[in-house]
Design a protein around this ligand. Structure first.
Ligand SMILES: Nc1ncnc2c1ncn2[C@@H]1O[C@H](COP(=O)(O)OP(=O)(O)OP(=O)(O)O)[C@@H](O)[C@H]1O
Ligand SMILES: [Mg+2]
Length: 362
């Protein structure tokens, strides 16, 4: 499987002498604050990551941390001050303007926070807009727009006007427009942030469901770690222009790279994120393996594990595909992962000790 999108030591500096600012950052001669005092903004500093085909890669960070600037470099809307972006192995920075427009119109789709629909066009015409730009004939673009609308739960609304739709439905038209073009790479910037919490949750679920069918490659930006964890196969956490950690939701929850990341994880509902594979003890004593009567797999959700643990006197055994015991989960260990108070007994020497200390502090 080849990498779809690759960012390599990306920098974006706004203001005077950006190249010089990059050099000073590289040499550790100046930090972001010093540059800012001189009127130069280092919006993205040394960002490197890869996004694989079919992956949802979430970039999470507070306002001003550089997320949108990063995203704009990924589709070539903004030229990096330094570094490279490769899309399917092709260096975007080396393309001519015409080639870049071609890539943007056919291969990459953007969905923004406030998706601007055309008020005097029907829902169908709005969804077909990207195809119209590509010069696709009317009949075909309407067919593809209708398909995309159906995927987004909007069948029957094709002839309606945008102002007849709720905010959530309008946002889904935006998503349908992005899907209709067949672009493989979707760049979504705070796409759900303007929605009510319930609708937002619903859209997150729908995106995850759609993704199972469509297997697009998605870069999704959010300032909400719960949203990041619900959507992301992997999450990059940004702070002040830098990526401070890249990992799965469980990595970030159990092994936050620093106190800054850990402080975000305090508000996360751990029971929704953690699975048996993440919380199990890997050292299995012979007697535990024999007597465990409830069994789980590494993917068993935390809440199911709690239910099993409540039924069983013995630790829950975690099995691999062949039925071999790969770990055990004693009840007190579960408590340790949700508990705010004390660290679970018997976990001091586990490889996850560091994460648990953080959890215990939370
Ligand atoms: N065109 C520009 N000119 C000058 N500074 C800019 C420009 N675009 C962004 N910045 C600055 O770069 C920094 C990062 O901005 P960016 O919009 O990428 O943040 P963000 O993480 O997307 O924030 P938000 O969550 O509020 O959308 C900010 O300090 C911003 O002021
Ligand atoms: Mg932004």
């Amino acid at each position: 499987m080849s990498t779809r999108l690759e960012a390599e030591h990306l920098y974006k500096v706004f203001g005077r002498r950006p190249g010089q600012a990059v050099e000073r950052l590289r040499q550790n001669e100046a930090d972001r604050e010093e540059l800012r005092a001189q009127g130069t903004t280092a919006a993205v500093i040394d960002a490197s990551f890869t996004v694989e085909p079919g992956e949802i890669f979430v970039v999470m960070g507070l306002s001003g941390s550089g997320k949108s600037t990063l995203l704009r470099m990924l589709n070539g809307l903004s030229e990096p001050t330094a570094g490279q972006v490769r899309f399917d192995g092709q260096d975007l920075t080396a393309l001519s303007d015409r080639e870049l427009r071609e890539v943007r119109s056919r291969k990459i789709s953007m969905v923004f926070q406030h998706f601007a629909l055309f008020p005097h066009r029907s829902v169908r015409e709005n969804a077909a807009y990207g195809l119209e730009v590509q010069g696709v004939p009317r009949a075909e673009r309407e067919r593809r727009a209708d398909e995309a609308l159906a995927l987004c739960g909007l069948a029957g609304w094709e002839r309606s006007w945008p102002d007849e739709l709720s905010g959530g439905m309008q946002q889904r038209v935006g998503l349908a427009r992005a899907l209709a073009t067949d672009a493989d790479l979707l760049l979504m910037d705070e796409s759900f942030s303007a929605l009510d919490p319930l609708i937002r949750r619903d859209m997150q679920d729908q995106l995850v469901e759609l993704q199972k069918k469509l297997k697009k490659t998605i870069v999704f930006i959010t300032h909400d770690l719960n949203e990041a964890m619900r959507l992301g196969d992997r999450i990059a956490v940004m702070r002040d222009g830098r990526i401070v950690q890249i990992g799965t939701a469980q990595d970030i929850l159990i092994r936050p790279a620093n106190d800054y990341v850990a402080s975000f994880t305090q508000d996360v509902d751990r029971s929704r994120v953690l699975t048996a594979g993440a919380v199990m003890e890997q050292e299995v004593r012979g007697d535990e393996a024999d007597c465990a009567c409830e069994t789980a797999t590494a993917q068993t959700p935390f809440t199911d594990l709690c239910a099993m643990s409540a039924r069983a006197a013995h630790p829950v055994a975690v099995l691999d595909g062949e039925g071999a015991v790969i770990g055990v989960v004693p009840r007190q260990r579960l408590v340790g992962f949700i508990g705010d108070e004390e660290r679970a007994p018997g976990t001091c020497d586990s490889p996850r000790g560091e994460g648990e200390k953080v959890l215990a502090r939370a």
